[in-house]
Each structure stands twice: as C-alpha cells, then as structure tokens.
Design a protein around this ligand. Structure first.
Ligand SMILES: *Cc1c(COP(=O)(O)O)cnc(C)c1O
Length: 427
C-alpha cells in the first residue's frame, strides 16, 4: 500500500468517508485521495513527497498562490496578538471598507466564517426584509449547505447522484423554486405563478459548481428586471466568483447590480471567511439593528481578517486580473489544442482566474448540457494528469482555478502533460 492509501484507510476509521468535505473523497473520479503535507506557490506536495501543480487552489481561495509570503507574515503577526477576541477589531472595518469601495451598492457588510453561513444569512435577510417565504434558485447552482439551498445543488451533491439531500424536510424544500440557468422563461414562469410570495432569487452569476457555465447575454439583466418588477431581492452569490473573475466580481464582468452579494473563498485568502453585503436599508434589518438574527463566535476573527486584507492588497495591484485572465487563457487554449491533436472531443473556457474544461465538443450552456460530457474519459484523463503531477479538482462538474503564482513553465508543463494524457485516453 502507498502512504496515501494507508492514510486514507486510517482516516476512514475516524472521519466520515475519510474526509471533512464530501468532494475531497475522490468518489467522482475513483482512486485514493492525496493527503497534502505542504503547499507553496503553485504547488502541492502529498505525504509521499510527490509534487503537483495546483489547479484546485483550495477550491478557489488561493488566487495569489499557496503560502504567499505577505499573507503568511500578516497572519503570523495577527496570531501573535491573539487568535480570537469575540469583541470588535479594527481589521473588520478595514476589510469592510475595501469591499464597500469595490462594490458600489454595498454600504454595509457582515462577516461570517464560511460561504454557507453567508448565503444562509442572506436568505434569512431577504425573507425578513420582504416578509415573503419562497426563493428561486437554479438547477446546478450550489450555494453551500443551508437546508433551503440544498435543492438541485450541483457538484458535490451531483457527483453523488443525490441532487437533493436527504434530511431536508419537504415542508422546507417546497419553498425553494428551481429554475434553469440561462432560461429566463423558466424564471418568468415561477414569478407569474407566485407573484407575491418570492422573497429573493439567488444565483451564481457565473456558475462554477456545475463546471463553469457562462451566462447568456441578457440573462442577468432579465433576472434584474423580473426581481425589480415582482419586488424580490436579487442575490448574487459571489462566494466563488468574487475577487476571482475580476476585482469587482462577476457583477463587474456582467454589468448587472444585485441587491445583496455574498462572498467567501478569495476574501479569506485561505482562512475561513464569508461575507454578506448590500445597501444599508436592507442590511440594517439584521441584528443588532433589526429583527433578522445573525451571529457567529469566530466571525471577523483577526487571523481571517488579516489573511483577507493581505490578499486584497495583492490582488488590487493594477493589471492583476488582465494578467491572470491572459495567462489562464494561455493554459486553456493549450489544453484545447492538446485535446484536438489527440482527437479528443473537448472544449474549455475561462474568466479571470476561473476556468472550465468539458469532455464534449461545445462548451455547455446549462445543467443538462454539462451532463452530456464523456465523464469516463475525464476520469481516465484525471488520473493520468495526477500521475503527471497536475492536480485538478476531482470531478467533471467542477471549475478549476488559476493563480498569479502559476509560472510560464507551469503552464507549459501542464500542456505537455495534457498532450500525453489526451493521447493516452484518445482510444
Ligand atoms: C463554495 C461556495 C459556497 C459555500 O462556501 P463554504 O465556504 O464552502 O461554505 C457557496 N456558494 C458558492 C457559489 C460557492 O462556490
């Protein structure tokens, strides 16, 4: 047995499925998860000392690469001043000020310790503000593990073939209405059916949890219009896309302004952070000013704020996202050329430091299209790439992540490895 196999067997005796987040268990690709011992820059090293080029980026947060010296230094300094106070600290205001400056409609911020808490609280806020009960989400969009949102929820849930989680009461799920991404008609129909009952519509503005699905032109403008017409709040869940596809998130790329935004991942720079942001009028419905309760023992803790602030400082440098988009584009084109050379049906696309690859000829536009990929071939490709020392997210329905730490030779090496892997899986 390899060390990874020994460690996985050990883990499965004490951790459910050997992991603390379902997708890490490699169930969607088979084989043994790698136990990571160390990470630096664009690389991960497993417990066997094998190095991987990291396109997982901890599922999105690591946009400046792993263990960036500035981030690590700031976290160390913060740790020296105490790990958590349970009382206000100045860094919370600093990070909130930066977010307000970047997102014009965000006047108030509330920090949480995860994206899940942010979306869960945003829902409660929207329901409290509108005094309505129902919500609309899209099939294949994932918003964390709050009960109301674990309905047709993409990726991790998808990979297990249980699109709606057991344990979510039908009484609750009935208030979650599900529409199709990129299909305005499906949304209009739900609003027409429940004109006075819909508190909010929540969407991943560029979907990343059913692989990367780009919004069709006019899709979000149409959602904005419907929400305004029916008095429902539009929530952009930018936990993945915020500070990832552009400094101002997907809303900057798309040019549509939501009522509430949720953040996570990059804003914590690898530490546990989530955030809800919006206009004061809506946000001040929340405790201590309003009747919508929200709280968290470790929310806004100094280590998380320090990591977020350092990361924001690094990504605010002029030209950061142009460079990231251009370089990620070079990788994505190289992968497409490598697949074409081997005659493997393949397509790929990217925005900023977020990318998708699809084992099908044309990049998919919705959840149903993603399902038509050649998943068996993806699995073989996946393991070949792991052997080659390239670590992509272990599922055909996940986006992958590029960082400013990836060098030209990392890109070249990845494409060379992909040429060999595509050739191996071509038959
Ligand atoms: C990851 C993710 C979440 C959940 O964030 P956690 O920090 O894992 O709880 C919510 N929404 C989107 C769009 C995500 O990608």
């Amino acid at each position: 047995m390899t060390t990874n196999q020994i460690e996985f067997e050990r883990a499965t005796k004490v951790l459910v499925g050997g992991v603390n987040s379902a997708v890490r268990a490699f169930r969607a690709v088979g084989g043994t998860p790698r136990f990571i011992a160390r990470a630096e820059g664009a690389y991960l090293w497993d417990v066997e000392g094998k190095r991987y080029i990291d396109y997982l980026g901890s599922w999105g947060p690591m946009i400046v690469g792993q263990s960036h010296p500035l981030v690590v230094e700031r976290v160390r300094e913060a740790a020296g001043r105490g790990l958590s106070y349970g009382a206000p600290n100045v860094m919370e205001s600093e990070l909130a000020e930066r977010i307000c400056a970047l997102f014009p409609q965000v006047e108030r911020v509330r920090f949480t310790s995860s994206g899940t808490e942010a979306t869960m609280s945003a829902l409660r806020l929207a329901r409290g503000f509108t005094k309505r009960t129902k919500i609309i989400k899209f099939e294949g969009c994932y918003h964390g593990t709050a009960d109301s949102l674990l309905v047709k929820a993409g990726s991790g849930a998808l990979a297990f073939g249980t699109p709606t989680s057991a344990g979510v009461p039908a009484d609750l799920a009935q208030h979650t209405l599900v529409a199709q991404f990129n299909d305005l008609e499906s949304v209009a129909a739900l609003f027409a059916q429940h004109p006075d009952d819909i508190a909010c519509l929540i969407v991943e503005p560029i979907a990343g949890n059913m692989n990367l699905i780009a919004p069709a032109p006019g899709f979000h403008a149409g959602l904005r219009e419907l929400c305004t017409r029916y008095g429902a709040l539009l929530i952009f869940d930018e936990v993945m896309t915020g500070f990832r596809v552009a400094l101002g998130g997907a809303q900057e790329v798309i040019g549509v302004t939501p009522d509430i935004s949720t953040f996570g991942k990059v804003i914590g720079g690898g530490m546990p952070v989530g955030a809800i942001g919006g206009p004061a009028q809506i946000m001040e419905m929340m405790a201590p000013l309003g009747p919508v309760y929200q709280a968290g023992t470790l929310s806004g803790n100094p280590l998380a704020m320090a990591a977020g602030l350092a990361t924001l400082e690094l990504i605010s440098v002029a030209g950061f996202y142009d460079r990231l988009h251009e370089r990620c584009g070079r990788l994505v084109s190289g992968l497409s050329e490598a697949a074409a050379a081997a005659g493997v049906p393949f397509s790929a696309r990217h925005q900023g430091g977020m990318a998708g690859m699809y084992f099908m000829n044309q990049a998919p536009g919705d959840f149903a299209a993603v399902q038509t990929q050649d998943v068996e071939r993806f699995k073989r490709f996946y393991h070949r790439m792991l052997d080659e020392g390239v670590y992509f997210p272990p599922s055909a329905v996940e986006a992958f992540f590029f960082s400013s730490a990836h060098s030209n030779s990392d890109i070249t090496d990845t494409i060379a490895a992909a040429r060999r892997a595509f050739a191996a899986v071509a038959g």
